[in-house]
Design a protein around this ligand. Structure first.
Ligand code: NDP
Length: 387
């Protein structure tokens, strides 16, 4: 291993990825040190994390919570606030690696800032690549910032591609569990409750991604993310339903050979790999027991029933600002569903509506993406009020 300790900022430390990241860091104290932690509202958990990891500073999004955090930290920790606080910490010299684990569009600007300051990025926030893939890939190249995927599917593909040439890659095969409604007939979708949608069969994750997994929008976002990470067109990216979630994704090569990465569904594995790459380090946890597993099954996704997946392929093919519009409509719709303001099947309908309403701009600059995001949110929020 390299001798220096990696100093890490976790954007979204109170979230599901954030907490798993801290668990990985806790087990490898001779390799990693936490420099900064950030939270949106969950002050209680942030306090506990401060006590356990003694970061140099924390960011709390809302200014009104700053004094409570300062008081609990007892003056030993710098407390910053707002988006500016997020942008500030990723620039600092006492940060080598940024774990980008905010949820949604909020992750975009701090991730860009971290890339511009040549930090190593462990990227969980898939929305960043979905909305601004072209800009991000250009910045990564320009600033030579290593960007390692944390999403389990992309980590799997990344691992399969180690030692391979791009010209030898024929197809990326993303696996999907199918979510809790894999066998639910479409005619029953209007009856799906928030509680049912939040109970994912294999993974324990934040609320937004859990709903995205239930609609298969998560897989759609991942298709777009894969396109930007691995530079293959939509026609060379396939989604396969694999309910056991043991194969995390595969790569088919030009000679017909297929490589897969397997493991138990535990996000600590791809998080640790992103932090230690190109090394592998022992990770305490379960192991795949093949005789117990007995069989693995695969089938094609039903894109008529799970419209969100088709809409994501459409957005990727259209390009420009369309993926940002799709993403914004999805974020507003998922939030409305979680508030019980709309039904489950409204989610794909709203995204479809936002995309039909939008004239995509090709090769957008960041301001055009932010503008498309903002306008779509306003539009879909107004539609939600009428439902
Ligand atoms: P969570 O909802 O569990 O956590 C999100 C984190 O971001 C929390 O720390 C939250 O703070 C903070 N946050 C939320 N909104 C804002 C905001 N507007 N500004 C600043 N901070 C904010 O999400 P997950 O950990 O599940 O997911 C994070 C990202 O990783 C997503 O992009 C997701 O798609 C991706 N991902 C997640 C996986 C998983 O297993 N969970 C797997 C693969 C990818 P607070 O807690 O205070 O609200």
């Amino acid at each position: 291993m390299s001798s220096a300790i990696q100093q890490i900022a976790i954007l979204g430390s109170t979230g599901s990825i954030g907490q798993n990241s801290l668990e990985v860091i806790r087990q490898l104290p001779d390799r990693f040190r936490v420099s900064y932690l950030t939270a949106n509202r969950n002050i209680e958990l942030l306090h506990k994390q401060i006590e356990m990891f003694h970061p140099r500073g924390v960011v709390i999004l809302h200014r009104e919570n700053a004094s409570a955090v300062k008081q609990a930290a007892g003056g030993t920790v710098e407390v910053l606030t707002g988006e500016e606080g997020l942008m500030e910490i990723v620039r600092r010299d006492d940060v080598d690696t940024v774990i980008s684990a905010l949820v949604g569009f909020a992750g975009l600007k701090p991730t860009i800032e971290a890339i511009k300051h040549r930090k190593k990025i462990a990227l969980a926030n898939k929305e960043t690549l979905v909305v601004a893939g072209e800009i991000i890939t250009a910045l990564v190249k320009q600033h030579e910032a290593p960007l390692i995927p944390v999403d389990s599917e992309h980590s799997a593909i990344f691992q399969c591609l180690v030692g391979e040439r791009h010209s030898h890659t024929a197809k990326l095969i993303l696996t999907a569990s199918g979510g809790p409604f894999l066998h639910t007939p479409e005619r029953d979708f209007h009856r799906i409750t928030v509680e049912q949608a939040l109970s994912h069969p294999n993974w324990k994750m934040g609320n937004k991604i859990t709903i995205d997994s239930a609609t298969l929008m998560n897989k759609g976002l991942e298709v777009i993310e894969a396109h930007w990470l691995f530079h293959l067109p939509a026609d060379n990216i396939e989604v396969v339903i694999h309910p056991q979630s043991i194969i995390h994704s595969m790569v088919e090569f030009v000679d017909g050979s297929v490589k897969a990465q397997l493991g138990l569904p535990d996000m600590k594995i791809p998080i640790q790999y992103a932090l230690t790459y190109p090394e592998r380090v022992y990770l305490n946890g379960g192991r795949v027991n093949f005789p117990k597993l007995q069989s693995m099954t695969f089938f094609a996704p039903d894109t008529e029933k799970f419209r969100c997946l088709q809409l994501a392929f459409d957005a990727l093919r259209e390009g420009g600002t369309m993926p940002a519009v799709m993403n914004a409509a999805n974020e507003v719709a998922v939030d409305a569903f979680l508030r019980k303001a709309i039904s489950f099947q409204h989610i794909s309908e709203l995204i479809d509506r936002a995309m039909s309403h939008h004239h995509s701009r090709s090769q957008p600059v960041l301001e055009e993406i932010i503008d498309a995001d903002r306008k779509t949110r306003t539009f879909i929020e107004s539609v939600v009020r009428t439902l």
